[in-house]
Structures are given as C-alpha cells and as structure tokens.
Design a protein around this ligand. Structure first.
Ligand SMILES: C[S@@+](CC[C@H](N)C(=O)[O-])C[C@H]1O[C@@H](n2cnc3c(N)ncnc32)[C@H](O)[C@@H]1O
Length: 306
C-alpha cells in the first residue's frame, strides 16, 4: 500500500470515525474525488502518452472533429460532463465553431435547466462503484484490506455465491439528475462496458475493476492511492432500463467503431483519400479509434427526452 500520504491519512481517519470500515464505493470516492487530495482533484490525473491512460480524446483531434458533425446535426447547445480542461471542446469547436459548448467538471454548478445535448466520454466508468461478493458488499478497513458486510443500499442486488462484481448506482443517480434537468434533447454517453448478460457472465466472475498507473493496468486499488485511476466497466443495460423509467428513450446503442464510421463518414473519407498510402498522424488516430480495442470496447448510447 502506497500513495499520497495526506490522502491515506484522511481516508484512515474517516474509516476510524465510521467504526473501522467504509464501503468500497466510499473508498473509491475518496481516492478519486477527495476535495484536496483525490486523484481527479489534486492535479495527479494525467491522460495521454505522458499520463496514466489514453482516452479517445487523447488520441487526437479527429474524435472531436467527428463528434462536431453529430452536434452540428442536432443544432443545440452541448453540455460536456467530465470534459476536464476542455481539450475535446477545443477539438469540437475547430470543426463546428458556431456551437455553444460548455464543459462541466466535478464541483461546477450544473444548470437547473438543460436544453440541448448532454455528452460524456469516460465519465461513468470513473464514478465510484459498489463492489459485491455474493449477497454481501465489500468494505475497506483501516489497513486497506477488504472485508465483507451487509449491502449498504436497498437497490443493490444479491449476486450468486462468491461471484464478484460492481454496481454503479452513481451512474443511475447521475442519469436521474440529468433527466430531471433536461427539458428536451439528447444524452450521448460513450464509455467502455457491456450489456448485462455479458457484464454478469461467468467469464467476468471477478468483476471489472481496473486501475491505471503510468499505462500499467492492475486490479489493486490500494496501491498508488490518489495517484492512480480506478475504473470499472459500465453496465449499459442498467442505463437503458433506468433511462426508460425517467423519460429517456434509447435511440441508438452500438460500438464506437460503428458509431464513428457513420457519424464521421465524410471526415473519414476525406482523411483516407488525402493521406492514402501515408502513415499520417490522423490516419493513425483513426486506426486507434476504430480498429484497436477502443473501437469495440467503447459503446455509444444515445437517449432522447422529448
Ligand atoms: C476518465 S476521466 C475522462 C476525461 C475526458 N472526458 C476524456 O475522455 O479524456 C473522467 C472525468 O470525469 C470527471 N467527473 C467525475 N464525476 C463528475 C461529475 N459528477 N460531473 C462532471 N465531471 C465528473 C472527472 O473529474 C474526470 O475529469
């Protein structure tokens, strides 16, 4: 166990105050979002070649150029949640400068009423998840070991004996909040994940939690505390089903490669024609977005409120 000593002290203090254990979800929340020392709050989070992991945004401006066509077609203001320092905003506006595009990060005020598009890329996989084992929940103790205890929220399901997985209640709460604020418009969510049958398949009996530190993947959230990303795949069936109950109708669910090929048909054709036979930066970026694991592991969900 290592990491940011100030964060470790703060987490230990909270665990002691709570009587010796906190849910894994609370641990993950503190590790990533402690107001002073959390990974996403303390300046430690670095995305891209010199950071801990890549996202489609960090691959290059072509992702934003393609999305610009989608946003242009919807012709409405865009609210990007989790857009960090505005890299994607810059890339989108390069392709569609007329767009009204706002970035909303942790701690920012969210407009009471949203009319337009709510967009996120890799937001939901970064929200704190509850971890379950069978019919119990995983808690974290002061020496950062795991122990099992009762389910902490009535919405948490019971899993088969010794099956481990994650439940992202925060993603559902976020969607509920968005649906309440959205007068009408689209919710476009891009993230890596599965439909429920695959999410809870025997193949994933150990769950989906992953940690990233300097491009090294591990399953250990108790090292590099406050200095590494902690993430879990998204259960898209849960988002679709929950969305239906709060007025969000699914209009598209596909993988990133299929989505980008359609949304960016003209841009992609132009790049391919222009850079034919050349190993250009943009062709390389396109290849990563479409043909590496990003093309299939990332899913795209569009929901609409009318
Ligand atoms: C994995 S990063 C993705 C960053 C960027 N979208 C990209 O694709 O490169 C997740 C981001 O979501 C932000 N985030 C987490 N919870 C949020 C919330 N409730 N509202 C807005 N942003 C949030 C984090 O601070 C972090 O910057």
């Amino acid at each position: 166990m290592d990491g940011n000593p100030k964060l470790i002290t703060a987490i230990r203090r909270e665990i002691a105050t709570a009587g010796g254990q906190i849910t894994f979800a609370r641990f993950m929340e503190l590790a990533l979002y402690h107001p002073q020392f959390g990974y996403y709050r303390n300046g430690a989070a670095r995305i891209g070649r010199d950071g801990d992991f890549f996202t489609s945004v960090s691959v290059g401006p072509v992702f934003g150029r393609i999305l610009a066509q989608q946003f242009r077609q919807w012709n409405a203001p865009v609210f990007e949640f989790g857009g960090r320092h505005g890299q994607l905003r810059q890339d989108v506006l390069a392709g569609a400068p007329e767009l009204d595009y706002r970035v909303i990060e942790v701690g920012d005020a969210v407009p009471e009423q949203i009319t337009g598009t709510v967009f996120s890329n890799e937001l939901l996989d970064a929200l704190p998840v509850h971890r379950l084992c069978g019919d119990q929940e995983i808690y974290v103790t002061g020496d950062f070991t795991e122990t099992l205890g009762p389910l902490s929220d009535s919405r948490l399901p019971r899993l088969p004996a010794s099956y481990r997985s994650e439940i992202n209640l925060r993603a559902l709460d976020w969607l509920t909040d968005i649906a309440r604020r959205l007068t009408h418009g689209y919710v476009l969510t891009i993230d890596y994940g599965f439909e429920r049958a695959e999410y809870f398949s025997p193949q994933h009996a150990a769950g989906h939690l992953q940690c990233y530190y300097r491009h090294t993947k591990s399953g250990n959230p108790y090292e590099h505390i406050g200095e590494q990303d902690i993430t879990a795949h998204v259960d898209f069936t849960a988002l679709i089903e929950h969305g239906r109950t709060i007025g969000l109708e699914p209009v598209l669910f596909t993988d990133q490669a299929h989505y980008l090929l359609k949304a960016g048909e003209a841009e992609i054709a132009e790049i391919v024609a222009r850079d034919a036979g050349k190993l250009s930066r943009e062709r390389n970026a396109l290849h990563q977005l479409l043909h590496s694991t990003m093309g299939t592991a990332f899913r795209v969900l569009i929901q609409r409120k009318q």
